[in-house]
Design a protein around this ligand. Structure first.
Ligand code: MLT
Length: 305
């Protein structure tokens, strides 16, 4: 089969695909390149970092299967796929665990000023007396988007001795039920923001969630609270965040793994602040999760053959 691998995947899975199929690799290619190379491909494997718009998909006349090697569907024209009846398989499970763990890595990093401590120590500064931090234990963890990933974050929070609150777009949904079944409190978003010491965002990016957390929502957050975004950059208004990270009585800190502008050479204005931790969309990037995703890809392709 002719397979276009448009984003990096586990190297062993990629090797197996290359041994058995006609594979074209084009990681994070631009629109013009994708439109050219996709023409005669039968299978497309992709992740975040590229945009699969209608023009690109329309050029893929031979496409019979699309595999999303992960979760998010914000970078592909779903309406067009539906029209064309091209099957799309997602593999959301393995990355969810990694993203949930990353939420804790970022919360702990903020609470204990780990990046600041490391930066100072490398310069010879022994800033022990300036680096007092916060406990997570006993604090309230608020989850915006208490779905697959959010519920796992809640589970980790419980083990950490935190009080867990969450909200979902529609509380009657399966996500809401799942979260409640774990014994966590499902409330509205305003209550989550007003009550939590740590807020972790886990909603997909779509029309109803674009700029979901903007100036008004940030104004609800407790003075000295912390915000973590592992969802998508478009969900959070970064200029409003800048303001709330720099004004008196605003947030104590924020950590972003996803950004309005992503990719090589992009530097956010937020990088000027010391009370922010920035990582390059590595939430799902554990060797374990990517290996599992790779195995899923091989199974999906074997069954499709
Ligand atoms: C995902 O949606 O699965 C994550 O953003 C991981 C990725 O594609 O890089």
């Amino acid at each position: 089969m002719k397979i276009l691998v448009a984003s990096s995947i586990d190297k062993d899975a990629l090797q197996t695909l290359e041994d058995k199929h006609n594979v074209t690799k084009a990681f994070n290619a631009n629109e013009a390149k994708l439109r050219t190379i996709i023409c005669n491909q039968e299978v497309l494997i992709f992740r975040s970092g590229i945009s699969l718009n209608r023009e690109i998909l329309a050029a893929a006349k031979k496409l019979r299967l699309i595999i999303r090697a992960g979760s998010g569907l914000d970078n592909i024209d779903l309406a067009y796929l539906k029209q064309q009846d091209i099957p799309l398989k997602r593999i959301p499970g393995p990355g969810a665990v990694a993203v949930a763990e990353m939420s804790f890595a970022l919360m702990l990093s903020l609470a204990r000023q780990i990046v600041v401590a490391d930066t100072l120590l490398r310069k010879g500064r022994w800033a022990k007396n300036e680096l007092d931090g916060h406990l997570l234990t006993g604090k309230t963890l608020g989850i915006i988007g208490a779905g697959n990933i959010g519920t796992r974050v809640g589970g980790f929070g419980k083990a950490w001795g935190m009080n867990i609150l969450g909200c979902v777009e529609s509380p009657a949904s399966i996500n809401g039920k799942h979260f409640r079944d774990h014994g966590f409190d499902l409330v509205d978003m305003e209550t989550v923001l007003k009550t939590s010491d740590f807020v972790s965002i886990h909603v997909p990016l779509k029309e109803t969630t674009r700029n979901l957390i903007s100036s008004k929502e940030l104004s609800f957050m407790k003075d000295g609270s912390f915000l973590v975004n592992l969802a998508r950059g478009g969900v959070l208004d970064e200029s409003a965040l800048y303001q709330y990270l720099t004004q008196p009585g605003g947030l104590a800190g924020a950590a972003l793994d996803v950004h309005n502008q992503e990719g090589e050479g992009k530097i956010s204005p937020l990088s000027q602040l010391t009370n922010i931790v920035l990582t390059p969309h590595i939430g799902a990037m554990t060797i374990d999760s990517q290996r599992q995703i790779g195995q899923h890809i091989l199974r999906i392709i074997a069954q499709f053959n």
